[in-house]
Ligand binder design. Structure first.
Ligand SMILES: Cc1cc2nc3c(=O)[nH]c(=O)nc-3n(C[C@H](O)[C@H](O)[C@H](O)COP(=O)(O)O)c2cc1C
Length: 348
C-alpha cells in the first residue's frame, strides 16, 4: 500500500493514542511485526511553530519506527502549514491532521473534530499544508460531529480535492466519543467513493476483526485500543493475511513486553546514537531537552496507564491492575510483573 510516495509494507497501523502510543511503545509494537505505519500522539501546531510547548516531545520519533506519521492539531491554515514544514524538516514520512479529537479543550479552539463542522475551512487547512510540503498530508476524521451531521463522505472528498494523500475514518461521531459502535458501512462507503487510500478505525480487538475489516474495501486498518490490550494483534493479523494461524503469545512473552517497555522508558534519550531520535526544534527560551524527569514516577505512571488496557482479558487481570496501581516503586512494580507473568511453568 502507498500513501503518496511512501510505501507501507503492511496495511495495519498503530492508531495514534494520546498518552499511550509514545515512541517506546511504538518501537516495541513494531518489533513484533505486521505493523506498516505508526502515528505519533497528537501535537499542537502552535506549539511546534513557537517551539516552546511542553508537549513537543509527543512529536519525537526514532529511526526504528519508520515509516512514521506525525499527527498535528490546530485550525489556522498558515500555522498548520508552518507546522507541516517543521514536521517535514524533522524527517517524518507523513504529516497527519487530527480532525477527530472530541475533547473539549481541543474542540474549543475549533481544532480536532470541530474542524468537521467547518468543512470549507478544514479543506483550506489541508490545501495550505499540501502546498507547503512535499511529504504526504493525511487526515484522520470521525463519522461527523453528531448524528445530525455525519459528513465524513463529503469532507473526505473535499480534503482529497484539497491535496490530502489519504484519509482515515473512525466511524463514530464526536458526540458518541467512544460509546456505541464504529460505523464501518460509512467507512466502506467513503472508501468506494475516493481515489486516494481510505483507512478505517474502530473496534478491532481480535486479529480476525482486523482482517474482516479489510474486506470493507479499505486500504488499511488502524488499531487503537486493541493494540494496548494485545501489542501482537498486528503481527497476528499479518499471520492471518499470509494464510498462517495467528501466533500464540505466552504469558511470559506478555510479561517480557512490560519489562522491555519499562527498560526502554527508563533509557529514553540515554546513550542513543547520533540521528536515532528526531526532536522537534525548540526555541531558546525553552532550554535544552530535559534528560531526567523524576523518571521512576513517570515510568510507573506509564505502566499504570498501559495496564488499564493490557490487563483486560487476562485471567486475574483486575487483580493485576489493582496491584500495579498501588505500586510505589519500580522495584515493587518488577515484583508484581514477576509474580503475575513469570511465576508459572515456562510452557504456559
Ligand atoms: C486513549 C486514547 C487516545 C487517543 N488519542 C488520539 C489522538 O491523539 N489522535 C487521534 O487521531 N485519535 C486518537 N484516539 C482515537 C484512536 O486513534 C482510534 O481512532 C479510536 O480509539 C478507535 O479505534 P479503536 O477502537 O481501535 O481504539 C485515541 C483513542 C484512545 C482510546
Amino acid at each position: 500500500m502507498k500513501i503518496g510516495q511512501v510505501t507501507l509494507a503492511s496495511p495495519f497501523v498503530v492508531a495514534p493514542m494520546a498518552g499511550m502510543t509514545d515512541t517506546a511503545f511504538r518501537r516495541l509494537v513494531k518489533r513484533q511485526g505486521g505493523c506498516g505505519l505508526v502515528v505519533t500522539e497528537m501535537v499542537s501546531s502552535e506549539g511546534l511553530v513557537r517551539g516552546i510547548d511542553r508537549t513537543l516531545e509527543y512529536a519525537e520519533y526514532t529511526e526504528e519506527e519508520r515509516p512514521v506519521s506525525i499527527q498535528i492539531f490546530g485550525r489556522d491554515p498558515a500555522t498548520m502549514a508552518a507546522a507541516a514544514q517543521i514536521v517535514e524538516g524533522m524527517g517524518a514520512d507523513i504529516v497527519d491532521v487530527n480532525m477527530g479529537c472530541p475533547v473539549a479543550k481541543i474542540a474549543r479552539h475549533s481544532a480536532g473534530c470541530s474542524l468537521m463542522r467547518q468543512p470549507e475551512h478544514a479543506a483550506s487547512v489541508i490545501e495550505a499544508m499540501a502546498l507547503a510540503v512535499k511529504i504526504p498530508v493525511t487526515v484522520k476524521m470521525r463519522a461527523g460531529w453528531n448524528d445530525g451531521a455525519r459528513n465524513a463522505p463529503t469532507l473526505a472528498r473535499m480534503v482529497q480535492d484539497a491535496g490530502a494523500a489519504a484519509v482515515t475514518i473512525h466511524g463514530r461521531t464526536a458526540e458518541q466519543s467512544y460509546s456505541g459502535l464504529a460505523d464501518w458501512d460509512l467507512v466502506a462507503r467513503v472508501a468506494s467513493e475516493l481515489t486516494i487510500p481510505v483507512l478505517g478505525s474502530g473496534d478491532c480487538i481480535e486479529p480476525e476483526q482486523v482482517i474482516g475489516r479489510m474486506e470493507a474495501g479499505v486500504s488499511g486498518v488502524l488499531v487503537g485500543r486493541g493494540v494496548l490490550r494485545n501489542p501482537w494483534i498486528l503481527a497476528q493479523a499479518a499471520d492471518l493475511a499470509a494464510g498462517r494461524p495467528p501466533r500464540v503469545v505466552t504469558l511470559r512473552e506478555r510479561g517480557q513486553f512490560l519489562c522491555d517497555y519499562i527498560e526502554l522508558l527508563l533509557n529514553e534519550r540515554v546513550d542513543e546514537g547520533e540521528g536515532f531520535r528526531h526532536f522537534a526544534p525548540r526555541g531558546t527560551a525553552d532550554g535544552p531537552v530535559e534528560i531526567a524527569r523524576g523518571r521512576d514516577r513517570w515510568v510507573i505512571n506509564k505502566i499504570r496507564a498501559l495496564c488499564a488496557w493490557y490487563s483486560k482479558g487476562l485471567e486475574g487481570g483486575s487483580h493485576l491492575r489493582t496491584r500495579v496501581n498501588s505500586a510505589a516503586s519500580l522495584a515493587e512494580l518488577h515484583d508484581i510483573v514477576d509474580e503475575f507473568f513469570f511465576a508459572v511453568p515456562a510452557a504456559v
